[in-house]
Design a protein around this ligand. Structure first.
Ligand code: SF4
Ligand code: SF4
Length: 474
């Protein structure tokens, strides 16, 4: 069966532009492999203006997309870091009435520099990162942006464990000042790559402040492979180096030399196990019963309206629950947490002497999944993974420490399944021994540095899991 794009969207497209992987912040839960800034040695780094000039990009936006209604979603990293070129882009693209722009930013820039930009079709999603900036400074900037004429669609809080209390403390103040506050469930990313569990407090907040379809695809994460979806029919994914694909399903090609690939203009079968999970994406699944609104480009204002309605309904349900038949009138709140996958089991330890093959020597053992060396720039972010267990405690153990020379780069407390290791040693208590993380390197000069990974048992016993050389090239 075919599911064509509705007629009103045939001349519309959204372009998700990953403009840069530079950022001035270093959040633990960041999903992007972030780089600090342009290299001193002239190497191309992961920023759009390292690959093409602002004028070339504007020319591409003017000529390569013929549609009449275009939503350009700009994300990073931090898009405002190369402010001179970025101002040129905003000014140039917004002079084309076909375009609206949405930007995800950390709000660390001076809005006065963008005073002359026409902001009528420009909106901001400003994310608050409590470990990077005090709330007062962040909030002052957000107000300045609004005073300078920016449309601040939302202030976004990422629900990392370290942010839960901060959110509860700030909600009232932010809403009183007339901002919409968004609460994003944190995905297993960055330092939290192996994290699967969510606390009751976290689930309460997620369900209260997010509409059910967002909870379903961001937290429960059902299978999507094979389901028909219209997102690819109206969306492109564009990278900082000019590669472009039909979103989720297409092959990459170069926008500047090959143009934009044709869009299918009808639903196609999803090729991924789970949805990448941006709000507009799973709303395009044709069989999703929790989608309540007609398909659209889904400007962020539409999302804000949807969430506000949801919060209002919850309020009235609460009031309604106090009167007879209240639930019949207002309906039962949707709870998603029952659909979360079960927590990994912690099997009983087997007697050591009953086991073959023998475990590695030492009370804490494991390995680092990495040979050779890591090549990086100072302040880059690098990915490391491996497994760790203990002959006394099984797995998971207390944690895994990643050090660079004498400096601790991270301590991982979340573990994931490694059935291959359990099978190798024929010990099911090693099931949850996998770890993975993304750690920030300090500002280092050129040279070779030793990265050491250690497992730490609940009684404090430490065992070295492996080491790798980090070659800093600049
Ligand atoms: S989460 Fe955002 S602000 Fe934080 S490091 Fe990543 S891109 Fe930068
Ligand atoms: S379900 Fe998600 S990942 Fe799959 S095609 Fe649709 S938008 Fe893409």
């Amino acid at each position: 069966m075919n599911y064509p794009l509705p007629a009103h969207l045939l001349d519309s497209v959204r372009i998700a532009w990953h403009i840069t992987s530079w950022c001035n912040y270093s959040c633990d839960y960041c999903p992007v492999l972030i780089f600090h800034k342009r290299g001193k040695n002239g190497d191309k780094r992961d920023h759009a203006f390292d690959h093409y000039t602002a004028e070339q990009w504007m020319e591409a936006f003017a000529t390569k997309f013929p549609q009449k209604d275009i939503l350009l979603k700009i994300t990073g990293g931090e898009p405002f870091l190369d402010r001179e070129n970025f101002r040129k882009i905003l000014t140039g693209v917004l002079e084309m009435p076909r375009y609206s722009i949405q930007i995800d930013t950390n709000g660390s820039w001076d809005p006065a520099y963008f005073r002359e930009v026409d902001k009528t079709r420009l909106s901001l999603n400003i994310a608050f990162h409590p470990r990077m900036v005090p709330f007062e400074a962040f909030f002052k900037r957000a107000r300045q942006m609004r005073d300078e004429g920016f449309h601040v669609e939302m202030l976004n809080f990422v629900l990392a464990p370290e942010n839960l209390d901060e959110f509860a403390r700030r909600l009232e103040e932010v809403e009183k000042a007339g901002f919409f506050i968004n609460l994003s469930p944190m995905n297993p990313t960055g330092t939290y790559l192996s994290r699967t569990e969510r606390s009751e407090q976290e689930m309460d907040l997620i369900e209260r402040y997010n509409v059910p379809v967002d909870v379903k695809y961001k937290v429960v994460r059902p299978k999507t492979k094979g389901r028909m979806c219209r997102h690819p029919a109206l969306s492109y994914y564009l990278m900082f180096d000019g590669s472009i694909q039909v979103y989720c399903v297409g092959k990459m090609q170069n926008l500047f030399t090959d143009g934009a690939p044709p869009l299918p203009r009808e639903a196609v079968a999803c090729e991924l196990d789970e949805c990448i999970a941006c709000t507009e994406m799973y709303r395009a699944l044709v069989d999703e019963p929790l989608v309540t609104r007609p398909l659209s480009l889904y400007h962020r204002g539409e999302y804000v309206e949807e969430v506000k309605e949801h919060r209002k309904r919850l309020f009235w349900r609460k009031v309604g629950a106090r009167i007879p038949f209240g639930e019949k009138i207002f309906g039962k709140p949707v709870r998603m947490r029952e659909q979360l996958p079960p927590q990994p089991r912690k099997p009983e330890l087997l007697a050591v002497d009953a086991i073959k093959p023998a475990l590695p020597a030492g009370p804490v053992f494991g390995s680092l999944d990495m040979n050779g060396s890591i090549r990086a720039y100072g302040r880059d972010r690098v990915y490391v993974s491996g497994w760790a267990a203990s002959s006394l405690y099984g797995a998971p153990i207390e944690g895994v420490r990643v050090r660079l020379e004498d400096q601790e780069l991270g301590f991982i407390r979340n573990f994931h399944a490694r059935p291959d290791i359990a099978a190798t040693y024929q010990r099911e208590e090693l099931e949850q021994c996998g770890w993975k993380t993304m750690v920030w390197l300090p500002a280092l000069g050129r040279g070779s540095y030793r990265m050491v990974v250690e497992g730490v048992a609940p009684d404090g016993t430490i065992g070295e899991l492996g080491e790798v050389a980090v070659e800093i090239v600049e």
